[in-house]
Ligand binder design. Structure first.
Ligand code: FAD
Length: 505
Protein backbone atom coordinates (compact mmCIF):
# COMPACT_ATOMS: atom_id res chain seq x y z
CA UNK A 1 0.00 0.00 0.00
CA UNK A 2 2.93 2.39 0.66
CA UNK A 3 3.84 2.37 -3.02
CA UNK A 4 0.25 3.07 -4.06
CA UNK A 5 0.08 5.83 -1.47
CA UNK A 6 3.13 7.49 -3.01
CA UNK A 7 1.67 7.27 -6.52
CA UNK A 8 -1.62 8.79 -5.36
CA UNK A 9 0.13 11.51 -3.39
CA UNK A 10 1.73 12.72 -6.59
CA UNK A 11 -1.74 13.32 -8.04
CA UNK A 12 -3.34 15.32 -5.21
CA UNK A 13 -0.28 16.50 -3.20
CA UNK A 14 0.42 15.53 0.40
CA UNK A 15 -2.22 17.83 1.88
CA UNK A 16 -5.10 15.91 0.32
CA UNK A 17 -4.26 12.30 1.11
CA UNK A 18 -3.99 10.41 4.38
CA UNK A 19 -3.41 6.94 5.74
CA UNK A 20 -3.34 8.04 9.37
CA UNK A 21 -5.26 5.79 11.71
CA UNK A 22 -7.38 8.73 12.93
CA UNK A 23 -8.44 9.85 9.46
CA UNK A 24 -9.12 6.29 8.33
CA UNK A 25 -11.37 5.72 11.33
CA UNK A 26 -13.10 9.05 10.82
CA UNK A 27 -14.18 7.77 7.39
CA UNK A 28 -15.08 4.26 8.59
CA UNK A 29 -18.76 4.75 9.39
CA UNK A 30 -22.02 6.11 8.09
CA UNK A 31 -24.96 6.73 10.37
CA UNK A 32 -25.95 3.33 11.72
CA UNK A 33 -24.51 1.73 14.84
CA UNK A 34 -23.18 -1.52 13.35
CA UNK A 35 -21.55 -1.21 9.95
CA UNK A 36 -17.90 -0.21 9.89
CA UNK A 37 -15.20 -0.43 7.21
CA UNK A 38 -11.81 1.16 7.83
CA UNK A 39 -10.23 2.29 4.53
CA UNK A 40 -6.51 2.03 3.78
CA UNK A 41 -6.37 5.52 2.30
CA UNK A 42 -8.56 8.62 2.20
CA UNK A 43 -8.02 10.91 -0.77
CA UNK A 44 -9.58 14.28 -1.56
CA UNK A 45 -9.32 15.13 -5.28
CA UNK A 46 -10.05 18.57 -6.70
CA UNK A 47 -11.48 17.68 -10.12
CA UNK A 48 -12.46 15.05 -12.69
CA UNK A 49 -8.94 14.87 -14.10
CA UNK A 50 -7.43 13.91 -10.74
CA UNK A 51 -10.20 11.35 -10.19
CA UNK A 52 -9.51 9.85 -13.60
CA UNK A 53 -5.83 9.37 -12.68
CA UNK A 54 -6.75 7.92 -9.26
CA UNK A 55 -9.12 5.41 -10.87
CA UNK A 56 -6.48 4.34 -13.37
CA UNK A 57 -4.09 3.54 -10.50
CA UNK A 58 -6.85 1.71 -8.59
CA UNK A 59 -7.39 -0.44 -11.70
CA UNK A 60 -3.69 -1.17 -12.12
CA UNK A 61 -3.37 -2.14 -8.47
CA UNK A 62 -6.81 -3.80 -8.15
CA UNK A 63 -7.84 -1.70 -5.16
CA UNK A 64 -11.56 -1.01 -4.58
CA UNK A 65 -12.59 2.60 -4.31
CA UNK A 66 -15.73 4.14 -2.81
CA UNK A 67 -16.93 7.69 -3.56
CA UNK A 68 -18.12 9.59 -0.52
CA UNK A 69 -20.03 12.88 -0.41
CA UNK A 70 -21.43 13.93 2.97
CA UNK A 71 -21.13 10.37 4.29
CA UNK A 72 -24.76 10.52 5.49
CA UNK A 73 -25.92 7.26 3.89
CA UNK A 74 -27.89 5.30 6.44
CA UNK A 75 -27.00 1.92 5.05
CA UNK A 76 -23.21 1.70 4.69
CA UNK A 77 -23.08 3.05 1.15
CA UNK A 78 -20.08 5.30 1.56
CA UNK A 79 -17.72 3.12 3.57
CA UNK A 80 -15.35 0.42 2.29
CA UNK A 81 -16.05 -3.27 2.69
CA UNK A 82 -13.77 -5.71 4.56
CA UNK A 83 -11.55 -2.91 5.88
CA UNK A 84 -9.84 -2.46 2.55
CA UNK A 85 -9.86 0.14 -0.19
CA UNK A 86 -9.75 3.85 -0.85
CA UNK A 87 -12.32 6.46 0.14
CA UNK A 88 -12.68 9.15 -2.51
CA UNK A 89 -13.89 12.19 -0.58
CA UNK A 90 -15.79 14.48 -2.98
CA UNK A 91 -16.22 17.41 -0.61
CA UNK A 92 -13.45 19.53 -2.12
CA UNK A 93 -15.51 19.75 -5.29
CA UNK A 94 -18.05 22.00 -3.64
CA UNK A 95 -18.20 25.10 -5.82
CA UNK A 96 -20.92 26.66 -7.94
CA UNK A 97 -19.46 26.45 -11.43
CA UNK A 98 -22.10 28.39 -13.30
CA UNK A 99 -25.54 29.83 -12.70
CA UNK A 100 -27.31 30.27 -16.01
CA UNK A 101 -30.08 32.68 -15.02
CA UNK A 102 -31.48 32.86 -18.56
CA UNK A 103 -32.02 29.13 -18.84
CA UNK A 104 -32.51 28.47 -15.10
CA UNK A 105 -29.78 25.85 -14.80
CA UNK A 106 -27.06 25.69 -12.15
CA UNK A 107 -23.86 23.65 -12.56
CA UNK A 108 -22.04 22.61 -9.40
CA UNK A 109 -19.22 20.42 -8.17
CA UNK A 110 -20.82 17.15 -7.02
CA UNK A 111 -19.51 17.59 -3.47
CA UNK A 112 -21.48 20.74 -2.68
CA UNK A 113 -24.09 20.38 0.08
CA UNK A 114 -27.76 21.04 -0.72
CA UNK A 115 -27.95 23.63 2.04
CA UNK A 116 -24.93 25.58 0.72
CA UNK A 117 -26.26 25.46 -2.85
CA UNK A 118 -29.70 26.72 -1.87
CA UNK A 119 -28.16 29.38 0.31
CA UNK A 120 -26.27 30.61 -2.75
CA UNK A 121 -29.35 30.43 -5.00
CA UNK A 122 -31.49 32.35 -2.51
CA UNK A 123 -29.51 35.54 -3.35
CA UNK A 124 -31.10 35.34 -6.80
CA UNK A 125 -34.61 34.41 -5.57
CA UNK A 126 -34.06 30.84 -6.80
CA UNK A 127 -34.07 27.34 -5.29
CA UNK A 128 -33.58 23.76 -6.40
CA UNK A 129 -37.28 22.86 -6.01
CA UNK A 130 -36.77 19.56 -4.21
CA UNK A 131 -34.29 20.67 -1.59
CA UNK A 132 -32.54 17.29 -1.49
CA UNK A 133 -32.55 14.94 1.51
CA UNK A 134 -33.26 15.80 5.15
CA UNK A 135 -29.51 15.55 5.72
CA UNK A 136 -28.85 18.26 3.11
CA UNK A 137 -26.93 20.60 5.39
CA UNK A 138 -24.10 18.07 5.00
CA UNK A 139 -25.20 15.61 2.33
CA UNK A 140 -23.91 16.39 -1.15
CA UNK A 141 -25.65 16.89 -4.48
CA UNK A 142 -23.67 13.92 -5.88
CA UNK A 143 -24.86 11.72 -3.00
CA UNK A 144 -28.46 12.83 -3.53
CA UNK A 145 -28.35 12.04 -7.24
CA UNK A 146 -26.79 8.66 -6.41
CA UNK A 147 -29.78 7.94 -4.13
CA UNK A 148 -32.80 9.65 -5.79
CA UNK A 149 -33.05 11.62 -2.55
CA UNK A 150 -36.15 13.43 -1.30
CA UNK A 151 -37.19 14.75 2.08
CA UNK A 152 -35.80 18.17 2.95
CA UNK A 153 -38.70 20.07 1.42
CA UNK A 154 -40.49 20.53 -1.87
CA UNK A 155 -40.74 16.87 -2.85
CA UNK A 156 -44.56 16.83 -3.12
CA UNK A 157 -44.28 19.55 -5.79
CA UNK A 158 -40.99 18.70 -7.47
CA UNK A 159 -40.42 14.99 -6.73
CA UNK A 160 -37.03 13.40 -6.05
CA UNK A 161 -33.90 15.46 -6.76
CA UNK A 162 -33.09 13.36 -9.84
CA UNK A 163 -36.22 14.84 -11.50
CA UNK A 164 -34.34 18.13 -11.69
CA UNK A 165 -31.25 16.71 -13.28
CA UNK A 166 -30.13 18.29 -16.56
CA UNK A 167 -26.70 16.77 -17.12
CA UNK A 168 -23.80 15.05 -15.41
CA UNK A 169 -20.08 14.96 -15.82
CA UNK A 170 -19.03 11.44 -14.82
CA UNK A 171 -15.65 9.78 -14.48
CA UNK A 172 -16.17 6.16 -15.49
CA UNK A 173 -14.43 3.47 -13.42
CA UNK A 174 -11.76 3.07 -16.09
CA UNK A 175 -10.92 6.78 -15.87
CA UNK A 176 -12.73 7.99 -19.01
CA UNK A 177 -14.67 11.22 -18.55
CA UNK A 178 -18.09 11.69 -20.16
CA UNK A 179 -20.92 14.21 -20.12
CA UNK A 180 -24.61 13.38 -20.51
CA UNK A 181 -27.79 15.02 -21.82
CA UNK A 182 -27.36 18.15 -23.93
CA UNK A 183 -23.61 17.95 -23.17
CA UNK A 184 -23.29 14.62 -25.02
CA UNK A 185 -23.15 16.92 -28.06
CA UNK A 186 -19.66 18.33 -27.71
CA UNK A 187 -20.70 21.43 -29.64
CA UNK A 188 -23.27 22.37 -26.99
CA UNK A 189 -22.05 25.40 -25.06
CA UNK A 190 -24.13 25.09 -21.87
CA UNK A 191 -26.13 22.30 -20.19
CA UNK A 192 -29.82 22.88 -20.96
CA UNK A 193 -31.70 19.56 -21.22
CA UNK A 194 -31.39 16.00 -19.99
CA UNK A 195 -33.18 14.08 -22.74
CA UNK A 196 -32.09 13.71 -26.36
CA UNK A 197 -28.81 12.97 -28.17
CA UNK A 198 -29.77 9.29 -27.92
CA UNK A 199 -30.70 7.29 -24.82
CA UNK A 200 -30.88 8.89 -21.38
CA UNK A 201 -27.47 7.80 -20.15
CA UNK A 202 -27.71 10.14 -17.14
CA UNK A 203 -30.40 7.75 -15.90
CA UNK A 204 -27.78 5.01 -15.55
CA UNK A 205 -26.03 7.02 -12.86
CA UNK A 206 -29.18 8.26 -11.07
CA UNK A 207 -29.78 6.10 -8.01
CA UNK A 208 -26.78 3.90 -8.90
CA UNK A 209 -25.44 4.14 -5.34
CA UNK A 210 -22.03 4.96 -6.78
CA UNK A 211 -21.45 1.70 -8.69
CA UNK A 212 -21.30 2.91 -12.31
CA UNK A 213 -19.23 6.09 -12.15
CA UNK A 214 -18.08 9.07 -10.11
CA UNK A 215 -20.26 12.13 -10.61
CA UNK A 216 -18.03 15.17 -10.67
CA UNK A 217 -20.26 17.95 -12.02
CA UNK A 218 -24.03 18.14 -11.76
CA UNK A 219 -26.31 20.54 -13.65
CA UNK A 220 -29.75 20.99 -12.12
CA UNK A 221 -32.85 22.96 -13.05
CA UNK A 222 -33.49 25.82 -10.67
CA UNK A 223 -36.81 27.55 -10.03
CA UNK A 224 -37.88 31.03 -8.97
CA UNK A 225 -39.10 30.81 -5.38
CA UNK A 226 -42.74 31.98 -5.36
CA UNK A 227 -43.19 35.03 -3.13
CA UNK A 228 -46.28 33.80 -1.26
CA UNK A 229 -46.58 30.73 0.94
CA UNK A 230 -48.98 29.29 3.50
CA UNK A 231 -48.43 26.43 5.92
CA UNK A 232 -50.90 24.74 8.22
CA UNK A 233 -50.83 21.80 10.62
CA UNK A 234 -53.76 19.57 11.57
CA UNK A 235 -54.24 16.97 14.31
CA UNK A 236 -55.61 13.78 12.79
CA UNK A 237 -58.45 11.61 14.07
CA UNK A 238 -57.69 8.31 15.84
CA UNK A 239 -57.18 6.25 12.66
CA UNK A 240 -54.42 8.60 11.59
CA UNK A 241 -52.78 6.58 8.81
CA UNK A 242 -56.06 6.02 6.97
CA UNK A 243 -57.07 9.68 7.31
CA UNK A 244 -53.65 10.90 6.19
CA UNK A 245 -53.65 8.64 3.11
CA UNK A 246 -57.17 9.72 2.13
CA UNK A 247 -56.31 13.39 2.47
CA UNK A 248 -53.13 13.02 0.40
CA UNK A 249 -55.04 11.12 -2.31
CA UNK A 250 -57.67 13.84 -2.41
CA UNK A 251 -54.99 16.52 -2.81
CA UNK A 252 -53.69 14.64 -5.83
CA UNK A 253 -57.17 14.04 -7.27
CA UNK A 254 -57.87 17.78 -7.08
CA UNK A 255 -54.50 18.52 -8.72
CA UNK A 256 -53.33 20.94 -6.01
CA UNK A 257 -49.56 21.38 -6.24
CA UNK A 258 -48.67 21.40 -2.53
CA UNK A 259 -45.02 22.10 -1.81
CA UNK A 260 -45.01 19.53 0.99
CA UNK A 261 -47.48 17.32 2.81
CA UNK A 262 -46.01 15.21 5.58
CA UNK A 263 -47.71 12.84 8.00
CA UNK A 264 -46.14 12.41 11.43
CA UNK A 265 -47.66 9.51 13.35
CA UNK A 266 -48.77 9.61 16.96
CA UNK A 267 -45.76 7.81 18.46
CA UNK A 268 -43.35 10.36 17.01
CA UNK A 269 -45.47 13.26 18.27
CA UNK A 270 -45.65 11.76 21.77
CA UNK A 271 -41.92 10.97 21.92
CA UNK A 272 -40.89 14.26 20.34
CA UNK A 273 -42.78 16.18 23.03
CA UNK A 274 -41.66 13.90 25.86
CA UNK A 275 -37.94 13.91 25.02
CA UNK A 276 -37.84 17.63 24.22
CA UNK A 277 -36.79 17.26 20.57
CA UNK A 278 -39.99 18.90 19.34
CA UNK A 279 -41.00 21.24 22.17
CA UNK A 280 -43.73 22.77 19.99
CA UNK A 281 -45.79 19.59 20.45
CA UNK A 282 -45.62 19.74 24.25
CA UNK A 283 -48.67 21.90 24.63
CA UNK A 284 -50.87 19.87 22.26
CA UNK A 285 -53.94 18.81 24.20
CA UNK A 286 -54.50 15.71 22.10
CA UNK A 287 -51.18 14.16 21.13
CA UNK A 288 -52.26 12.33 18.04
CA UNK A 289 -50.74 11.97 14.59
CA UNK A 290 -50.44 15.20 12.64
CA UNK A 291 -50.55 16.04 8.95
CA UNK A 292 -49.42 19.33 7.50
CA UNK A 293 -49.25 21.12 4.20
CA UNK A 294 -47.21 23.95 2.78
CA UNK A 295 -48.17 25.64 -0.46
CA UNK A 296 -46.60 28.39 -2.52
CA UNK A 297 -48.15 30.83 -4.99
CA UNK A 298 -47.35 33.83 -7.16
CA UNK A 299 -50.12 36.03 -5.82
CA UNK A 300 -52.20 36.38 -2.69
CA UNK A 301 -55.40 35.60 -4.59
CA UNK A 302 -53.93 32.36 -5.95
CA UNK A 303 -52.65 31.43 -2.49
CA UNK A 304 -55.98 32.08 -0.77
CA UNK A 305 -57.83 29.98 -3.33
CA UNK A 306 -55.52 27.01 -2.79
CA UNK A 307 -55.59 27.34 0.99
CA UNK A 308 -59.40 27.28 0.84
CA UNK A 309 -59.36 24.11 -1.24
CA UNK A 310 -56.80 22.41 1.00
CA UNK A 311 -58.59 23.36 4.23
CA UNK A 312 -61.81 21.89 2.88
CA UNK A 313 -60.06 18.60 2.16
CA UNK A 314 -58.34 18.45 5.54
CA UNK A 315 -61.36 19.47 7.62
CA UNK A 316 -63.70 17.06 5.82
CA UNK A 317 -61.66 14.21 7.39
CA UNK A 318 -62.36 15.25 11.00
CA UNK A 319 -59.00 16.89 11.56
CA UNK A 320 -58.44 19.77 13.98
CA UNK A 321 -56.50 22.80 12.76
CA UNK A 322 -53.73 24.12 15.03
CA UNK A 323 -52.97 27.84 15.41
CA UNK A 324 -50.76 29.72 12.92
CA UNK A 325 -47.62 30.13 15.02
CA UNK A 326 -44.90 27.60 15.71
CA UNK A 327 -45.68 27.97 19.40
CA UNK A 328 -49.25 26.84 18.61
CA UNK A 329 -47.80 23.57 17.28
CA UNK A 330 -47.74 24.69 13.63
CA UNK A 331 -45.11 22.25 12.52
CA UNK A 332 -45.64 23.16 8.87
CA UNK A 333 -44.33 26.65 9.51
CA UNK A 334 -41.29 25.32 11.38
CA UNK A 335 -40.51 22.89 8.55
CA UNK A 336 -40.96 25.49 5.79
CA UNK A 337 -38.68 27.92 7.58
CA UNK A 338 -36.13 25.26 8.58
CA UNK A 339 -35.75 22.78 5.75
CA UNK A 340 -33.17 20.01 6.46
CA UNK A 341 -33.94 20.08 10.21
CA UNK A 342 -36.84 17.64 10.66
CA UNK A 343 -34.87 14.44 10.25
CA UNK A 344 -31.95 15.63 12.35
CA UNK A 345 -34.28 16.15 15.31
CA UNK A 346 -36.09 12.90 14.61
CA UNK A 347 -32.88 10.95 14.71
CA UNK A 348 -31.97 12.28 18.10
CA UNK A 349 -35.47 11.72 19.37
CA UNK A 350 -34.42 9.09 21.89
CA UNK A 351 -31.22 10.02 23.68
CA UNK A 352 -28.62 7.20 23.79
CA UNK A 353 -30.34 5.38 20.95
CA UNK A 354 -29.48 5.13 17.28
CA UNK A 355 -31.72 4.56 14.31
CA UNK A 356 -32.00 1.76 11.82
CA UNK A 357 -34.31 2.85 9.08
CA UNK A 358 -35.98 1.25 6.11
CA UNK A 359 -37.00 4.24 3.99
CA UNK A 360 -38.71 3.41 0.76
CA UNK A 361 -41.17 4.64 -1.86
CA UNK A 362 -44.65 3.14 -2.04
CA UNK A 363 -48.00 4.07 -3.63
CA UNK A 364 -50.27 6.05 -1.33
CA UNK A 365 -53.05 3.49 -1.31
CA UNK A 366 -50.73 0.79 0.12
CA UNK A 367 -49.80 2.84 3.17
CA UNK A 368 -52.39 1.60 5.73
CA UNK A 369 -51.66 -2.04 4.90
CA UNK A 370 -47.92 -1.47 5.01
CA UNK A 371 -48.14 0.19 8.42
CA UNK A 372 -50.31 -2.67 9.74
CA UNK A 373 -47.81 -5.21 8.47
CA UNK A 374 -44.89 -3.34 10.05
CA UNK A 375 -46.72 -3.36 13.36
CA UNK A 376 -47.28 -7.11 13.01
CA UNK A 377 -43.53 -7.49 12.34
CA UNK A 378 -42.76 -5.51 15.49
CA UNK A 379 -44.93 -7.87 17.56
CA UNK A 380 -43.19 -10.89 16.11
CA UNK A 381 -39.78 -9.44 17.06
CA UNK A 382 -40.60 -8.44 20.65
CA UNK A 383 -38.30 -11.07 22.17
CA UNK A 384 -35.15 -9.83 20.39
CA UNK A 385 -36.02 -6.22 21.15
CA UNK A 386 -36.50 -7.06 24.82
CA UNK A 387 -33.08 -8.75 24.98
CA UNK A 388 -31.42 -5.50 23.87
CA UNK A 389 -33.53 -3.56 26.35
CA UNK A 390 -32.50 -5.85 29.21
CA UNK A 391 -28.78 -5.35 28.49
CA UNK A 392 -28.89 -1.57 28.20
CA UNK A 393 -31.95 -0.42 30.07
CA UNK A 394 -33.07 1.40 26.91
CA UNK A 395 -36.41 0.53 25.42
CA UNK A 396 -36.28 -0.10 21.67
CA UNK A 397 -38.82 2.12 20.07
CA UNK A 398 -40.32 1.35 16.76
CA UNK A 399 -41.51 4.18 14.63
CA UNK A 400 -44.16 2.25 12.76
CA UNK A 401 -44.49 4.86 10.08
CA UNK A 402 -42.95 8.16 10.31
CA UNK A 403 -42.69 10.53 8.83
CA UNK A 404 -44.48 9.84 5.56
CA UNK A 405 -43.89 12.47 2.89
CA UNK A 406 -45.94 12.90 -0.26
CA UNK A 407 -43.61 12.75 -3.25
CA UNK A 408 -44.35 13.04 -6.95
CA UNK A 409 -47.22 11.09 -8.46
CA UNK A 410 -49.41 9.25 -6.00
CA UNK A 411 -46.42 7.99 -4.08
CA UNK A 412 -45.06 8.58 -0.62
CA UNK A 413 -41.69 8.21 1.02
CA UNK A 414 -42.40 5.76 3.84
CA UNK A 415 -39.90 6.04 6.69
CA UNK A 416 -40.01 3.14 9.05
CA UNK A 417 -37.44 1.85 11.47
CA UNK A 418 -36.43 1.37 15.04
CA UNK A 419 -34.32 3.26 17.52
CA UNK A 420 -31.92 0.95 19.25
CA UNK A 421 -28.88 0.86 21.52
CA UNK A 422 -25.26 0.67 20.49
CA UNK A 423 -23.38 -2.48 21.55
CA UNK A 424 -20.99 -0.41 23.68
CA UNK A 425 -22.81 0.27 26.90
CA UNK A 426 -21.34 1.53 30.17
CA UNK A 427 -17.84 0.26 29.54
CA UNK A 428 -18.81 -3.10 28.03
CA UNK A 429 -19.20 -4.14 24.40
CA UNK A 430 -22.11 -6.56 23.98
CA UNK A 431 -21.52 -8.24 20.64
CA UNK A 432 -24.91 -9.86 20.87
CA UNK A 433 -26.47 -6.40 20.49
CA UNK A 434 -24.78 -5.91 17.09
CA UNK A 435 -25.99 -9.34 16.02
CA UNK A 436 -29.55 -8.68 17.15
CA UNK A 437 -29.64 -5.21 15.61
CA UNK A 438 -28.44 -6.51 12.28
CA UNK A 439 -30.86 -9.42 12.36
CA UNK A 440 -33.80 -7.13 13.18
CA UNK A 441 -32.82 -4.59 10.54
CA UNK A 442 -32.43 -7.13 7.76
CA UNK A 443 -35.69 -8.79 8.66
CA UNK A 444 -37.51 -5.42 8.57
CA UNK A 445 -35.99 -4.58 5.19
CA UNK A 446 -36.97 -7.96 3.76
CA UNK A 447 -40.45 -7.74 5.25
CA UNK A 448 -41.12 -4.36 3.65
CA UNK A 449 -39.42 -5.35 0.42
CA UNK A 450 -41.77 -8.29 0.12
CA UNK A 451 -44.67 -5.85 0.39
CA UNK A 452 -43.50 -4.53 -2.98
CA UNK A 453 -41.92 -1.26 -1.85
CA UNK A 454 -39.07 0.42 -3.72
CA UNK A 455 -35.80 1.17 -1.93
CA UNK A 456 -33.94 4.12 -3.37
CA UNK A 457 -30.95 4.44 -1.05
CA UNK A 458 -29.58 0.91 -1.33
CA UNK A 459 -26.20 1.24 0.37
CA UNK A 460 -24.42 -1.93 1.22
CA UNK A 461 -27.03 -3.96 3.12
CA UNK A 462 -30.26 -3.54 1.11
CA UNK A 463 -28.47 -3.66 -2.26
CA UNK A 464 -27.27 -7.17 -1.38
CA UNK A 465 -30.55 -8.23 0.21
CA UNK A 466 -32.44 -7.36 -2.98
CA UNK A 467 -30.28 -9.80 -4.89
CA UNK A 468 -30.27 -12.44 -2.16
CA UNK A 469 -34.04 -12.58 -1.68
CA UNK A 470 -34.54 -12.80 -5.43
CA UNK A 471 -36.40 -9.52 -5.72
CA UNK A 472 -34.81 -8.90 -9.12
CA UNK A 473 -35.66 -11.21 -11.97
CA UNK A 474 -32.68 -13.17 -13.30
CA UNK A 475 -32.80 -11.13 -16.51
CA UNK A 476 -32.80 -7.81 -14.64
CA UNK A 477 -29.93 -8.92 -12.44
CA UNK A 478 -27.99 -10.05 -15.51
CA UNK A 479 -28.44 -6.63 -17.06
CA UNK A 480 -27.18 -4.87 -13.89
CA UNK A 481 -24.15 -7.16 -13.96
CA UNK A 482 -23.34 -6.80 -17.62
CA UNK A 483 -23.53 -3.00 -17.48
CA UNK A 484 -21.20 -3.14 -14.47
CA UNK A 485 -18.78 -5.41 -16.30
CA UNK A 486 -18.73 -3.17 -19.36
CA UNK A 487 -18.15 0.03 -17.41
CA UNK A 488 -15.97 -1.42 -14.67
CA UNK A 489 -14.20 -4.57 -15.85
CA UNK A 490 -12.20 -4.88 -12.60
CA UNK A 491 -15.15 -4.05 -10.32
CA UNK A 492 -13.07 -1.24 -8.79
CA UNK A 493 -15.91 1.10 -7.91
CA UNK A 494 -17.97 0.23 -4.80
CA UNK A 495 -17.12 -3.43 -5.14
CA UNK A 496 -19.64 -5.62 -3.35
CA UNK A 497 -22.80 -3.51 -3.59
CA UNK A 498 -25.64 -5.43 -5.26
CA UNK A 499 -23.36 -8.47 -4.76
CA UNK A 500 -21.27 -7.25 -7.71
CA UNK A 501 -17.88 -8.47 -6.60
CA UNK A 502 -16.35 -9.54 -9.88
CA UNK A 503 -15.90 -13.07 -8.54
CA UNK A 504 -17.40 -15.89 -10.61
CA UNK A 505 -18.68 -13.28 -13.08
C1 FAD B 1 -30.28 13.04 9.58
C2 FAD B 1 -30.43 12.36 8.25
C3 FAD B 1 -31.52 12.62 7.48
C4 FAD B 1 -31.68 12.00 6.23
N1 FAD B 1 -32.76 12.30 5.50
C5 FAD B 1 -32.92 11.76 4.28
C6 FAD B 1 -34.04 12.11 3.49
O1 FAD B 1 -34.90 12.87 3.90
N2 FAD B 1 -34.12 11.57 2.25
C7 FAD B 1 -33.14 10.75 1.74
O2 FAD B 1 -33.24 10.36 0.57
N3 FAD B 1 -32.11 10.37 2.48
C8 FAD B 1 -31.95 10.87 3.73
N4 FAD B 1 -30.85 10.55 4.47
C9 FAD B 1 -29.87 9.63 3.90
C10 FAD B 1 -28.71 10.29 3.11
O3 FAD B 1 -28.18 11.32 3.86
C11 FAD B 1 -29.14 10.86 1.77
O4 FAD B 1 -29.65 9.84 0.96
C12 FAD B 1 -28.08 11.71 1.04
O5 FAD B 1 -28.55 12.04 -0.26
C13 FAD B 1 -26.74 11.06 0.91
O6 FAD B 1 -25.84 12.04 0.43
P1 FAD B 1 -24.32 12.05 0.90
O7 FAD B 1 -23.63 13.10 0.15
O8 FAD B 1 -24.22 12.09 2.37
O9 FAD B 1 -23.92 10.63 0.35
P2 FAD B 1 -22.86 9.60 0.87
O10 FAD B 1 -23.33 8.91 2.09
O11 FAD B 1 -21.53 10.20 0.91
O12 FAD B 1 -22.95 8.59 -0.36
C14 FAD B 1 -24.14 7.96 -0.68
C15 FAD B 1 -23.93 7.02 -1.87
O13 FAD B 1 -23.64 7.76 -3.03
C16 FAD B 1 -22.35 7.45 -3.52
N5 FAD B 1 -21.77 8.74 -3.90
C17 FAD B 1 -21.64 9.86 -3.16
N6 FAD B 1 -21.15 10.85 -3.91
C18 FAD B 1 -20.95 10.35 -5.15
C19 FAD B 1 -20.45 10.87 -6.37
N7 FAD B 1 -20.06 12.13 -6.48
N8 FAD B 1 -20.39 10.04 -7.44
C20 FAD B 1 -20.80 8.75 -7.37
N9 FAD B 1 -21.27 8.21 -6.23
C21 FAD B 1 -21.36 9.00 -5.14
C22 FAD B 1 -21.63 6.76 -2.37
O14 FAD B 1 -20.66 5.85 -2.82
C23 FAD B 1 -22.78 6.07 -1.67
O15 FAD B 1 -23.11 4.88 -2.32
C24 FAD B 1 -30.69 11.10 5.75
C25 FAD B 1 -29.58 10.84 6.54
C26 FAD B 1 -29.44 11.46 7.77
C27 FAD B 1 -28.23 11.16 8.59
Amino acid sequence: MTEVFQKLKKIVTEKYISDSIYVRHAYSRNVNPVLQGVPDIVIRPKDAQEISEILKIANEENIPIVPRGGGCCEWGGSIVENDTGIILDMKRMNNVINLDQDNLVVTVGAGIAWGALNNYLSQFGLYTGCLGPGSGLTASVGGGISHHSVGAGGCAKYGACTNQLVSLEVVLPTGDIIETGSQANKFSKVPFNRFGNGPDLAGLFCGDNGIYGVKTQVSLKVFPRPPFAAYKTFVLPRKDTEAASQIMMEIRRKGIDVFDTIFIPQLVVVLGAQEGMFPLWKQLKRKRGILFYSIEANSEIELNERVKQLDEIFLSKKTEELGPEISDGNFAKWQYENPWHLYHNLWGIQPACEPFTAECFTPLNTLPELVADTMAWENECKEDMQKIGELTGNRIVMSSAGPVALIDGNNVEYTVGFNTSHSYHEGTTHEIIDELNLKLWKSLLIRTYKQGVQYYMCGSVPSKLMVEIGAYSQEYNNLLKSIKKTLDPNFILSRGKFNLTGEME
